[in-house]
Design a protein around this ligand. Structure first.
Ligand SMILES: [Zn+2]
Length: 90
């Protein structure tokens, strides 16, 4: 009988402890999402006079031949500068 009593007491205690710790937070923080702008696709261009293509990937073979600076611009900007899509990575 003593064992049963202590078991009941134990259950009561553990229930009490569980009751004291709410699992869910009372107020959920409002998720702050930045205003989504329609992002322009970014491309890579070689800033060389002989370069004519813009690249989808920095690891493109065509881009690795570039001995000048590599610039990260939007696709629209690359077209504006007279670049054409690379035949290897596009
Ligand atoms: Zn390429």
């Amino acid at each position: 009988m003593r064992k049963l009593l202590s078991t009941l007491l134990f259950i009561g205690l553990s229930l009490g402890i569980q009751g004291q710790t709410p699992k869910e937070p009372v107020t959920k923080p409002a998720p702050q999402q930045p205003v989504k702008k329609k992002e322009q696709p970014q491309v890579y261009i070689c800033e060389s006079r002989s370069a004519y293509a813009y690249h989808n990937s920095l690891s493109c073979h065509g881009l690795q031949r570039c001995s000048h600076e590599i610039a990260n611009v939007t696709e629209a900007k690359a077209k504006e500068l007279g670049y054409r899509p690379c035949k290897i990575c596009y």
